[in-house]
Design a protein around this ligand. Structure first.
Ligand code: ATP
Ligand code: MG
Length: 765
């Protein structure tokens, strides 16, 4: 036991040892909250509590995995494996699967992701013949989501006078009806959206005392990380489960509450004590993560917020360097500055790329950094954005899987019924939908019994629907016996998806093929991992559950070694890096213009900035640009007001970095445009050293495969090439991909492209 406790300070140790009742650990960034949770679990295990009695809820799957592996180091692999540890969504979707019948679902229900949900909302708006400029699908879904997280069912929503009045004023009086239809359609499709996982868990526990009793006994000790970002629905689940034994420990930092736009409620942490009156509160004040300078800078920033629980965080680490604030003429130059600085850190200080992160406010900012890092041959990994599982070819295949597991899944059906093209057009799908609505059955049921539902289509269409039905039927039957891996291969082959991708020899087509291969590999790995854990039959439904619940933080590629991390500040919560760049610190970007229009919005943005700075262990660099290309135009920008919130003693700023007036910034803008043009010239030109070359006619060069592969062998960064389709371009970087080489090329007219050298048709000029 002592070997565990000796790795903690006095306060942390007390928090770990207190196990007799509810506790709340409220503390600043980097003070060891997650460490306390981890050690507390290890401590409970050492005390003899069996692992399957412990429920630990984290914000991401990645956090859960890291915590598990740390616990495995402390108390052994076997115990760690048996813990109930994961995100709210993953743990409770497991619970819902085994209790599905109680709430009118079957255990193979599928999960709609955000884009599926938005599609369904869009469809309903269309069917109701409402104006989608007033009823914007994203906004409508956002409101439905908030309603669910506040545990308002459609019935309750329609009876809530205040909300109905609000919708009327917002000129969306039909919103409650959309919500009702949306919920019915999901139910009819035996599907749930993300918010339903929490809503139905609450309903399940509320309406089934025996189920509640069962889970109360199973989860003898409940621990929750990042409690400040839980919403009402999550809070209530914890309250229900810990309702009798009160063995619950939550940790959080009110200063890091950054998800109110998703319905997270900082009050959950503030009111924890009134929910559990016996609560003992622990405060941790020593930051172990960062240098004194970083901690002091962050403290001075967060003091500007009115709403907060007072904490004084200190660090006994070294003083460290001041936070450097760098202004760039333009967003483009910002990218170059950051990439150069990273290259210097690597060569002068031997920093590892994996200890460096670039954090931004919005995903769209990543592109410029990708470009500048690539030019310098710096490897990087991006989290978030259009994730792997959101790519079209992957979603199409996953939709097949969903349909096999749950034929009622309407979104999945619509997506694949005519993909790859098999001559089943929109008109037919509309007819199917009408019949489905009329008889209150799924699209699948309509094509299963077309006569029963009086489906009127011509003979050709009927035959095509029949073939589709027969094919899916074959997959469903195969799913009874095959593993997820075997079935996936069968689906990709028999649907024709593989052939379609293989036959497309454009770079896009090749990258599609690679992605499909990647998916098959992922399934294979998943099956082997589960087998190692002792599960024999690993089914498609298991894989689907896993991928449906991935979050942004889980969405990097597998190999994080030696790569710079690029992610939004939201995604970086809970993580730490030696060197952090917080970029794009400009007014209306960070803080975002939208947040500024809401009363509590600015304080939330400031907390977000606090989260960003406190990710850094050793150095933190803040950058902003004086002009930025957004929404198709370049506009002058001003530095973020938050920069003035940090005590200047902890900042290293060039003289006159900050502008004092708007005019100043506009002047600076034109100056910057001039300089940008100039600074662009050498930058773009350097990769292409002038070379005396013999010009070979393009056709001759590409018609001989021997010459092409020769060209691929010789290709170097800086070469100018002539590509069969894209024309002239400069090679900006080359990387090894498995056994193959991939080149990044900036083409004069076609822009940036990636080429797989094995296949690419080009010559060096
Ligand atoms: P955040 O608010 O960002 O989630 P946190 O409060 O959860 O931060 P941790 O991530 O648990 O903080 O800890 C920050 C760093 O400090 C980690 O690297 C952790 O291992 C280290 N640390 C915490 N407490 C101690 C300690 N007593 N001795 C040594 N290192 C510690
Ligand atoms: Mg933490």
């Amino acid at each position: 036991m002592e070997h565990l406790l000796s790795q903690l300070n006095q306060r942390q140790r007390e928090a770990v040892e207190f196990c007799d009742g509810p506790s709340l650990i409220i503390a600043g960034a980097g003070s060891g909250k997650t460490r306390v949770l981890t050690y507390k679990i290890a401590y409970l295990l050492e005390q003899g509590l069996p692992p399957y009695y412990i429920l630990a809820l984290t914000f991401t799957n990645k956090a859960a995995r890291e915590m598990k592996s740390r616990i495995a180091e402390l108390v052994g692999e076997k115990k760690a494996r048996q813990l109930w540890m994961g995100t709210f969504h993953s743990i409770f979707s497991r619970m819902l699967r085994s209790e599905a019948e109680r709430i009118g679902f079957t255990s193979n229900f599928t999960i709609f992701d955000a884009s599926d949900s938005a599609n369904l909302v869009r469809l309903i708006i269309k069917e109701m013949q409402l104006d989608d400029k007033v009823y914007r699908p994203g906004a409508v879904h956002g409101q439905i989501s908030r309603a669910k997280n506040g545990l308002l069912t459609p019935g309750m929503y329609a009876q809530n006078r205040e909300i109905i009045e609000y919708d009327r004023l917002a000129k969306r009086p039909q919103l409650h009806e959309i919500y009702r239809l949306y919920q019915n359609r999901l139910k009819a499709a035996n599907s749930m959206d993300f918010d339903d996982l929490l809503l139905y868990t609450n309903i399940l526990l509320r309406d089934n005392p025996d189920v509640l009793e069962n889970y109360r006994n199973r989860f003898q000790f409940i621990l929750v990380d990042e409690y400040q970002d839980t919403n009402f629905a999550q809070h209530l689940i914890v309250k229900q489960l810990a309702g009798e034994h009160h063995r619950v420990c939550v940790v959080g930092d009110d200063a890091q509450s950054i998800y109110s736009f998703r319905g997270a409620n900082i009050d959950n942490i503030l009111k924890f004590k009134s929910t559990f009156p016996q609560t003992r509160i622990f405060k941790l004040e020593q930051n172990y993560r960062s240098t004194k300078n970083i901690v002091n800078a962050a403290n001075s920033l967060i003091k500007k917020n009115k709403e907060q629980i007072f904490k004084e965080i200190f660090s006994e680490n070294e003083e460290g360097e001041k936070i450097e604030v760098v202004s760039a003429f333009s967003d483009f130059e910002e990218g170059v500055i950051v990439a150069n600085k990273i290259a210097r850190m690597r060569f002068e200080e031997h920093a590892r790329f994996s200890d460096i992160a670039i954090l931004y406010r919005t995903n769209a900012q990543s592109r410029i950094f990708e470009e500048s890092l690539r030019k310098k041959n710096i490897p990087y990994i991006i989290y978030g954005g259009l994730s792997f599982y959101q790519r079209k070819e992957i979603k199409d295949i996953i939709s097949y899987f969903r349909l096999i597991v749950n034929p009622g899944d309407e979104e999945a059906f619509r997506r694949v019924v005519n993909y790859p093209a098999r001559g089943i057009g929109d008109v037919t799908v509309r007819k199917l939908s009408e019949k489905a609505r009329l008889h209150n059955v799924s699209l699948w049921e309509v094509i299963s019994s077309p006569l029963q539902y009086n489906l009127e289509v011509n003979a050709g269409t009927a035959r095509k629907l029949g073939l589709f039905h027969e094919m899916i039927g074959r997959f469903i039957a195969a799913n009874e016996t095959m593993s997820a891996f075997e079935l996936a291969q069968m689906v990709i082959k028999e649907t024709g998806i593989a052939r379609e991708a293989y036959e497309d020899l454009t770079p896009e087509g090749m990258s599609r093929t690679q992605n499909i291969q990647e998916l098959v590999n992922a399934i294979n790995e998943f099956v082997s991992e589960r087998k190692e854990e002792g599960n024999d039959a690993v089914r498609l439904v298991d894989f689907l559950s896993e991928v449906s619940l991935l979050t942004d933080q889980d969405m990097g590629d597998d190999d994080e070694k030696e790569k710079v991390t690029l992610m939004t500040v939201h995604t970086a919560k809970g993580l730490e890096f030696d060197h952090v760049f917080v970029v794009g610190m400009e007014e209306d970007l960070f803080p975002s213009s939208m947040a500024k229009s809401e009363p509590r919005g600015l304080e939330e943005e400031r907390r977000l900035f606090y989260v960003a700075i406190t990710r850094a262990r050793k150095t933190c660099t803040i950058t902003f640009a004086r002009s930025r290309f957004r929404n198709g135009v370049t506009n002058p920008t001003r530095e973020s007001q938050f920069l003035k919130d940090i005590d200047p003693r902890f900042l290293l700023m060039e003289q006159k970095t900050l502008t004092t007036s708007r005019e100043g910034s506009a002047d600076g803008f034109w100056e910057s445009m001039r300089q940008r043009r100039e600074s662009n010239m050498p930058e773009r030109a350097t990769p292409a050293p002038p070379q005396p070359v013999k010009r070979v006619p393009l056709q001759a060069a590409v018609s001989s495969s021997a010459k092409i592969s020769e060209a691929a062998e010789q290709l170097m960064v800086g070469n100018v090439i002539e590509h069969e389709r894209f024309g002239r371009g400069v090679v900006t970087s080359i990387e090894l991909l498995g056994g193959d080489k991939r080149a990044f090329v900036t083409f004069d007219s076609a822009g940036q492209k990636q080429l797989l050298l094995k296949f690419a048709k080009f010559r060096i000029v």
